[in-house]
Ligand binder design. Structure first.
Ligand SMILES: [Zn+2]
Length: 324
């Protein structure tokens, strides 16, 4: 299986869900082996080094969304956060997960994501507008093998009544359950036996972010949800969905959680063959799994080693490869 990029540059704009600022975004073709790289045009204007490669090591925060960051430096093109930098010297891109989920599910390996602003636009709160963007850009196969990871042994993380488990499988299978004491949600579960782009587009992509009206004030005080509105979030009060038109599926909520999971799995920088089961998950739990996979390379194996596959030292596939 070969790597892919998009055929041409495509742009879109909108407001950030959490920051509430206007954001301009462009997806640009990138060479094989690039991965997904976010480029902050604001930091570039100031003359800094402004690339953040989508990877587990770039995760700054998982509070309500996934935020990536990298130190601004003029000398070295790629840094993990190991060196730490204060906020003045760090470039951040927030709420990357719905775009990353789309690129992951549509098997687009290499893209430069140019961002003017510090957050990916919320658009309608789902991944569907990003799917439309990628379709508009077209796809180009590249002369390099895809990175494919499989799971060597089952592994589980528990946090009270929440847990996430990964085990060997021939395809990417997802079983996700949530449980909210709300009359519109309750317990919802979804089973995706084999994720591919048509399943993503048909069953998941249009599921929107959701939030509760009673949380809005606290979230805004914490600097979150400032761009949230009925056009980009399913909002619930104590008893019902407040948006005109209601929800897109009765179980839109758990479908959206799967989008979030896929966006977080994209940080592995490879396709994944595994069965992932999640009970009452969220970004924090997803990232605990991803961090464990990065720190314990014995859990993963590289299935398909193409001759021209380039691996970053220290990345998951590189370490798994070094071991095998
Ligand atoms: Zn989300």
């Amino acid at each position: 299986m070969q790597q892919s990029t998009i055929a041409r540059r495509v742009a879109c704009s909108g407001i950030g869900l959490h920051g509430g600022e206007k954001v301009e975004l462009a997806l640009c073709p990138a060479a094989a082996g690039t991965g997904i790289v976010f480029v902050s045009l604001d930091a570039a204007r100031d003359g800094g080094d402004v690339e953040i490669r989508a990877s587990a090591g770039a995760v700054l925060s998982t509070a309500r969304a996934t935020t990536l960051a990298a130190p601004i430096t003029r000398s070295s093109p790629r840094h993990s956060l190991e060196g730490e930098a204060d906020d003045c010297h760090r470039v951040k891109i927030a709420t990357v997960e719905h775009l990353l989920a789309t690129l992951f599910a549509l098997e687009i390996d290499n893209v430069r994501v140019e961002v003017r602003g510090s957050e990916i636009p919320a658009l309608d709160g789902s991944a569907a507008p990003f799917v439309e963007c990628v379709r508009r850009a077209g796809r180009v196969r590249q002369n390099a093998a895809r990175r494919e990871l499989a799971v060597a042994e089952p592994f589980e993380i528990r946090d009270g009544d929440r847990w996430i488990r990964i085990e060997p499988a021939g395809a990417l299978r997802i079983s996700y359950a949530i449980d909210f004491s709300h009359p519109c949600i309750g317990r919802q579960s979804i089973e995706i036996p084999s994720l591919d782009e048509s399943v993503f587009e048909r069953e998941l992509a249009a599921a929107r972010t959701f939030g509760f009206a009673h949380e809005v004030e606290a979230l805004r005080n914490a600097g979150l949800a400032r761009g949230g509105n009925f056009d980009n979030t399913v909002v619930l009060d104590e008893t019902k969905v407040l948006n005109d038109g209601g929800s897109r599926w009765p179980d839109e909520f758990v479908r959206h959680k799967v989008i979030d999971l896929l966006g977080d799995l994209a940080l592995l920088g490879a396709s994944l063959h595994a069965h992932i089961q999640v009970e009452k998950g969220g970004h924090r739990l997803h990232h605990r799994l991803i961090r464990a996979l990065v720190e314990r390379p014995e859990l993963l194996v590289v299935r398909d080693r193409g001759r021209s596959m380039e691996l970053d030292p220290g990345s998951v596939p590189a370490r798994a490869l070094a071991r095998s």
